[in-house]
Design a protein around this ligand. Structure first.
Ligand code: ZN
Ligand code: MN
Length: 135
């Protein structure tokens, strides 16, 4: 039983680390279900919540009604498409360091992390496909 549980845990964590789609719990569930027939959506939810607490993954918030997760916890900037829900990494971008020192000055506290998310329309959504344009 214990072994079975940790096998699922590992599969869920691996799944998150091996994709860059920044998936929802539902996406992870659909992906793993054929390989792990007794997997339940509740188990996926529970493990994702645990991973989040343990700092193994991070949450990118709710996009189109579903919470989205990232298995890459290194600091990086995201672009979230409000059209299709795609979440892209923008690896070349960095938060300017002076922003953090300004935050420290203003709050008189300490900064332990920061994240930046752009919202917009991705290039797939910005250019309608020929079918859509015709319809
Ligand atoms: Zn899009
Ligand atoms: Mn990411």
């Amino acid at each position: 039983m214990e072994r079975k549980r940790s096998r699922k845990r590992e599969a869920i964590l691996d799944c998150l680390r091996q994709t860059d789609v920044h998936p929802s719990a539902e996406w992870v569930y659909r992906r793993l279900k054929p390989r792990i027939p007794d997997l339940s959506l509740a188990t996926v939810y529970r493990n994702l919540a645990l991973f989040k607490q343990e700092g193994l993954i991070c949450s990118l918030g709710v996009v189109q009604g579903l919470e989205r997760f990232d298995g890459d916890t290194s600091p990086h900037v995201h672009f979230i498409c409000t059209g299709c829900g795609r979440i892209l990494d923008l690896p070349g971008l960095q938060l300017p360091a002076e922003l953090a020192s300004q935050a420290v000055q203003i709050t008189g506290g300490q900064v332990t992390g920061a994240s930046l998310r752009f919202h917009g329309v991705c290039r797939h959504c910005a250019t309608p496909s020929p079918a859509e344009a015709a319809g």
